[in-house]
Design a protein. Sequence first.
Length: 294
Amino acid sequence: MTKVFKDIISVMDPPAYHWVGDGFRVHNFFPSQSQIGLQGMSPFFLMDYGAKWNVTPSEKQRGVGVHPHRGIETVTLAYHGRVAHHDSSGHSGVIGEGDVQWMTAGGGVLHKEYHEKEFSRQGGLFQMVQLWVNLPAKDKMTPARYQAIENETMGKFIDSENKCSADIIAGEYKGIRGPAMTFSPVNLFNVRLLKDGTADFSFPSSWNTGILIIEGEVKLNDSKKVTENQFVYFGHKGDSLKIEAATNSIILVMSGEPLNEPIVPHGPFVMNTKQEIQAAYEDYYNGKFGHLDD
Ligand code: MN
C-alpha cells in the first residue's frame, strides 16, 4: 500500500501570549485560531503553549488559583521548569521535566496549578504545554481521575541509528504503547531527533493531527521547513507523516479520532449543550465540585 503524506493546512506561528493566572505565559493555538476552531483538532479541544521564557526567582509561587473543570481532561507536559498541582479529589503532585500529568475532570473537580516551590525560588527557564482533551458525551460525568505519568513509565522507542527516540504518552507507536488511559483513541508522543534523524508516522486520514516544534528545526513530508514554536495543522488527505531533523529537535506529535459531537464551551467547562453549561455553573456554585483550600 502506498503511503500518502497528510496535507499541511497551516504552519502557524504562535499567536500573541496571554497570562493564565500570574504563572503561565501561554500562546493559544486552538480553539482561538480560526483555522482550527472548536472542532478542528477534536478530541483535543485546547492547546496552551508556554514557549520558553525565563521565570524570575520568587518566594511566592506563581500560578493559577482554585478553579473548576467539567467535561474534559487536562493534560500538562513540562519541558523546562516544574509545575505543582492540587485537586479537590485529594490528588497532588509535581510535574517534572519530561513528565506528564493527565487529569480527568469528568463530572467535576477543583484544582490549582502553580510553579513548584524550589523552581519558583530559583527561577529559570520554563516551557510547558497544556492540552484539554474533550470527553465523549457518554463520559462527560465520569468520576475525576488523576494519572501522574512520570517519564520513565512512558513507552520508549529508539530507532536503529539512535537518532530518533520517542516517549509514548498515549496510544501506540511502532508497536509500543503509552501508559495513559484515555476515553477515545488518542496518540500523544514526544519525539527527539538528532540532526539528520528521521521519524515517520502513520495515522488514519480521518483523524485530526498536529505537531508542535518544541525545539529545533525540521523538514516535513520532504518539503516544508518548520521551526521552533510553530504548530503544524494537517488535513485529511493522507495517512502518513515524515519528519526530518535539520538540527537536534523535539517535537510533540498529537493525533486523535474526532468525537463528532456538538461542543459548547464556557470558561473551564466543555459540554455538549447550553443547558449542560448552565447545570455546571449551578453545581459549581452549590459546592458540588468539592472543596479545595487556596
Ligand atoms: Mn485548570
